[in-house]
Ligand binder design. Structure first.
Ligand code: ADP
Ligand code: MG
Length: 557
């Protein structure tokens, strides 16, 4: 009885769940490995796609690591870190998202036997960090610059990088076609940082080869009123007026309260309303613009008015599209029609409304600043076009990266094998346990070529042995050998133009190592009961209440 009465030290709230130590670390490693296993099969040109069906019933088919990780809805706290690195890889470089998850998972998998044997994780972390620094230095050393080439040559090289990215995607079959398109689009926006200057429009139907690039802006025809059909649908060198105002007959009684003493005054108010709108329309016409676009509605009155004066108009243009027209055609979006000076009008060589599949499109091409491009994507199912858009996004990011820091490394696992060899060699010069850890890190890097083989149905052991042998050659001529996805053997990735920008690898190695070290440094997870559902909270409160009652009862006894 006495022992029951002893006061308990309560450190954490009732219901708090903690687990700690080696067991916790191992459980985290297992969770991360499980996530790695999910995305594993999507790597490379022969990688499979994932169909993700969420609770709202929408279906996504994707091969993109970041997209899959986002949609997986992972609840394990440690495994969530992988979602974050995939996302950051996506926003930093745009490609290599599967690679980064796979590397992180493999680093931890290699660390697991050491943790089981009682190695302190700080030792592992230190060695992993050293290995990562060495690896990154080596990537930089091996990277080949594509600087100093002529524009045409450079375009060709960039298209190779884009093709490598696209080869692992659903649209990989048409990679050359899309790679050229992506390079042209990126070249069009120059070194502007605003990626949204490249528009991607999706039009279901047709063949993917029907996709095309507009050297300007294209957007779907907006909602239009009667009178629209009488407007001309094609202009050469038109002046373009961009507005952010409504051109509609507005009943002013909604803006102000008006008291009338004489019914005849009512007419004057109606007249005033008409005068306001006609005044606005006159000013638009006087500006000399032949194309009027507005972010807000352009009503039936205005549509007819413009039609009578051979002017084209479109209301409710999406903001992004309007801004892209402004950037391309050189105009400024106006919030008032007073004082429209010629400088605020844009222009382009050809404006046209065209039929694309089942849709009408407004197309502005030959824009003076040329700083924008639009890719109109065609293809069968919705999911297909969505995935095509994501793939193009990856390719666009890669080409932009390659334009900015124009160094590339051989892909297909070649660079990974080369760093792995380098680290193994390096580890032999180190005395102590660290040698084993760096060796494991080196082994983990081989996951990329091994997985490329596995996914293609090749004998991974066989191919890897060949690669190891090639890379071990003293002369260094085997350094760019990677998996040959077509024959199941090995081939010179450089010669085959399987190129990746060096930043993709550098960022992937860096992020994956950081994530692995982060997980290795966690030895306790504390789960706060508050994070559970509201119902759980209520139950907890009731439990506490009952506990109080029991306490009183005990004292009485
Ligand atoms: P991630 O999301 O990491 O970019 P991918 O599925 O795009 O994953 O696969 C990228 C890997 O596939 C890279 O290691 C790249 O070198 C390799 N790869 C791409 N094209 C080829 C090819 N034609 N032959 C061999 N390997 C390739
Ligand atoms: Mg990729």
């Amino acid at each position: 009885m006495a022992s029951m009465m002893q006061p308990q030290i309560i450190l954490l709230k009732e219901g708090t769940d903690t687990s700690q130590g080696k067991a916790q670390l191992l459980s985290n490693i297992n969770a991360v490995t499980a996530v790695g296993d999910v995305v594993r099969t999507t790597l490379g040109p022969r990688g499979m796609d994932k169909l993700i069906h969420d609770d709202k019933g929408s279906v996504t088919i994707s091969n993109d690591g970041a997209t899959i990780m986002k949609l997986l809805d992972i609840v394990h706290p440690a495994a969530k870190i992988l979602v974050d690195i995939a996302k950051s890889q996506d926003s930093e470089v745009g490609d290599g998202t599967t690679t980064v998850v796979l590397l992180a998972a493999e680093f931890l998998k290699e660390a697991k036997p050491f943790v089981e044997d009682g190695v302190h994780s700080q030792n592992l972390i230190r060695s992993y960090r050293t290995a990562s620094t060495l690896a990154i230095e080596k990537v930089k050393e091996l990277a080949v610059s594509i600087e100093g080439k002529s524009v045409e040559e450079k375009k060709g090289l960039l298209a190779k990088c884009a093709a490598t990215t696209l080869s692992s995607k659903l649209i990989g079959g048409e990679k050359e076609f899309f790679a050229t398109m992506v390079v042209d689009a990126v070249m069009a926006i120059g070194d502007d940082d605003r990626l949204n200057l490249i528009g991607i429009k999706k039009v279901p139907g047709g063949n993917m080869r029907d996709s095309f690039l507009v050297d300007g802006v294209a957007f779907k025809k907006t909602f239009s009123y009667a009178g629209f059909e009488q407007q001309p649908k094609k202009f050469l060198n038109p002046k373009i007026l961009l507005l952010n105002i409504e051109l509609e007959l507005k009943s002013e009684k909604e803006n102000a309260e008006i008291r009338l003493s004489d019914p005849s005054q009512y007419q004057s108010i109606v007249d005033a309303e008409w005068n306001i709108i006609y005044d606005k329309l006159d000013k638009c016409v006087e500006s000399g613009a032949k194309v009027v676009l507005s972010r807000l509605a352009i009503g039936d009155l205005a549509t007819q008015y413009f039609a009578d004066r051979d002017i084209f108009c479109a209301g409710r243009v999406a903001e992004g599209d309007l801004n892209r027209v402004a950037a391309a055609a050189g105009g400024t979006v106006q919030t008032s029609v007073n004082n429209i000076i010629p400088e605020v009008l844009g222009t382009c060589e050809i404006f046209e409304e065209k039929q694309v599949g089942g849709e009408r499109f407004n197309i502005f091409s030959g824009c003076p600043s040329g700083r924008t491009a639009t890719i109109v994507l065609r293809g069968g199912a919705d999911q297909f076009i969505e995935e095509a858009e994501r793939s193009l996004h990856d390719a666009i990011m890669i080409v932009r990266r390659a334009v900015k820091n124009s160094t590339v490394v051989p892909g297909g696992g070649a660079i990974d094998m080369e760093i792995s060899k380098y680290l193994r060699q390096h580890s032999r010069t180190i005395a102590g346990k660290s040698q084993l850890f760096i060796n494991s890190y080196a082994k983990a890097l081989e996951v990329i070529p091994r997985q490329l083989c596995d996914n293609a149905g090749f004998d991974a052991t066989d191919v890897l042995n060949k690669l190891r042998q090639k890379h071990a050659m003293q002369s260094g001529e085997g350094a760019s050998y990677g998996v040959d996805i077509n024959t199941g053997g090995i081939a010179d990735s450089f010669a085959n133009f399987v190129w990746e920008p060096a930043v993709v690898k550098i960022n992937a190695i860096n992020a994956a190592t950081e994530a692995a070290c982060l997980i290795l440094s966690v030895d306790e997870t504390v789960k706060n009961p508050k994070s559970e559902s509201a119902q759980g909270d209520a139950a907890g409160a009731m439990g506490r209440g009952r506990g109080g009652g029991r306490g009183r009862g005990m004292r009485r006894r």
